[in-house]
Design a protein around this ligand. Structure first.
Ligand SMILES: NC(=O)c1ccc[n+]([C@@H]2O[C@H](COP(=O)([O-])OP(=O)(O)OC[C@H]3O[C@@H](n4cnc5c(N)ncnc54)[C@H](OP(=O)(O)O)[C@@H]3O)[C@@H](O)[C@H]2O)c1
Length: 278
C-alpha cells in the first residue's frame, strides 16, 4: 500500500485518542502532519483548562469529542490516559466496534479487559519528542495490521514484541539514550548489550535506535540538563541513571530498569484493582 492509501485507510477507519495529554497530543500532531483529515481524528480530555488551551493553541480543540462518541465512532481507539485514571474511564465506556489499544505503561491486557469488559491490544511508544521528530519507536502486543499501518503513517519504527513481558523490556529500553549519555563509554555500553543479548534480544535493537537518536551537546551542562529532563521521580530512567551513578555496569543498570518497570507495574495494578472496587 502506498502512503496515500494508508492514510486513506485511516481516514475511513477514523482514529480516536482518549486522553489527549503529552503522549496523545504528539500522536495527534503526527497523524495530522502526515495527512490524516482533521474530521476523522477524535480527541478527548478530562477538561483540565491547561489541556484545553494547549489543544486550542495546537489547532486541535475542534477535534474534541466525548469518550462515548469516540468509542462509538472511531475504528481505532488509542487510550493514552494515566493508568490510575482507568477506573474513571470505565464509567464512560460504551460498546462499539473499534479496535481498542491501550498505550498505558505497565497495565497488562488481562486487567484492562477486566476494567473495560472489551478486548484490547497494547502499544508502547518512545517519548513524545521522538514521535514528533519522527525518530521514535513503538511496540505492540498482540500484533495487529491496522496498528502497523498506523505506525508506518507516523514514520515510526516498529519493534517486535513476542509477549507482554517484552513490552516491559521495551519500556526500559527506550530510556537508553539517557543511559548511554550518562555511562559515557560507548564501547562498554555496546559490550554490555552484547552480553545480555541472549536474555534481552530487544535491547540490541533498541541500542541501535538509541545511538541513532542521541543528541549532540556543546557542553556537559547541556547534556546533564537533557538527562535530567528524561528522569521522572520514581520512574524507570531514574532507576537506570541512579544505578549507573552508584557504579553499576551498563547491563546491571538496564536490569535495574527492567526491575523498576515490573515494580511500577505491580504498584499500578494494585491501585487500579482498588479503584475498580470503589
Ligand atoms: N509521556 C510519555 O513519555 C509516555 C510514553 C509511553 C507511554 N506513556 C503512557 O501514556 C499515558 C499518558 O501519559 P502522558 O504523559 O501523556 O500523561 P498526561 O500528559 O497526564 O495525559 C493524560 C491525559 O489523559 C486525560 N484523561 C484522564 N482521564 C481521562 C478520561 N476519563 N477521559 C478522557 N481523558 C482523560 C487527561 O485529561 P486532562 O488533561 O483534562 O486532565 C490528560 O490530558 C500513560 O499511561 C503513560 O504510561 C507515556
Amino acid at each position: 500500500m502506498i502512503k496515500k492509501d494508508k492514510i486513506e485507510f485511516l481516514n475511513d477507519r477514523k482514529v480516536g485518542i482518549v486522553g489527549c495529554g503529552h503522549l496523545g497530543q504528539s500522536i495527534a500532531l503526527s497523524l495530522i502532519k502526515n495527512g490524516l483529515k482533521r474530521e476523522t481524528l477524535f480527541l478527548s480530555s478530562r477538561g483540565n483548562p491547561k489541556t484545553q488551551s494547549r489543544l486550542q493553541a495546537l489547532g486541535l480543540a475542534q477535534n474534541l469529542k466525548t469518550n462515548q462518541e469516540i468509542f462509538q465512532n472511531a475504528g481505532i481507539i488509542l487510550i493514552t490516559i494515566r493508568p490510575q485514571d482507568l477506573p474513571e474511564l470505565k464509567k464512560t465506556m460504551v460498546p462499539g466496534k473499534g479496535l481498542i489499544v491501550s498505550c498505558m505503561a505497565g497495565v497488562p491486557i488481562s486487567l484492562i479487559n477486566t476494567a473495560l469488559n472489551a478486548p484490547v491490544c497494547r502499544m508502547m511508544f518512545s517519548g513524545p519528542d521522538t514521535i514528533e521528530q519522527e525518530s521514535g519507536v513503538a511496540s505492540m502486543f498482540p500484533e495487529h495490521e491496522d496498528l502497523k499501518l498506523l505506525l508506518r503513517c507516523m514514520n515510526l519504527t516498529h519493534i517486535r514484541s513476542k509477549s507482554e513481558n517484552d513490552l516491559d523490556v521495551f519500556t526500559a529500553g527506550v530510556c537508553m539514550p539517557a543511559a548511554i549519555l550518562k555511562a559515557g563509554h560507548r564501547d562498554e555500553a555496546q559490550k554490555a548489550i552484547y552480553e545480555i543479548a541472549d536474555e534481552y534480544p530487544l535491547f540490541s535493537e533498541l541500542y541501535q535506535w538509541a545511538v541513532s537518536v542521541l543528541p549532540h551537546f556543546q557542553t556537559q551542562k547541556e547534556q546533564n540538563q537533557y538527562i535530567e529532563k528524561m528522569v521522572t521521580k520514581g520512574g524507570v530512567t531514574e532507576a537506570i541513571i541512579n544505578s549507573l551513578c552508584s557504579g553499576a555496569s551498563f547491563d546491571a543498570a538496564l536490569r535495574a530498569g527492567v526491575s523498576r518497570t515490573k515494580q511500577i507495574s505491580k504498584e499500578i495494578q494494585r491501585s487500579i484493582l482498588s479503584g475498580l472496587q470503589d
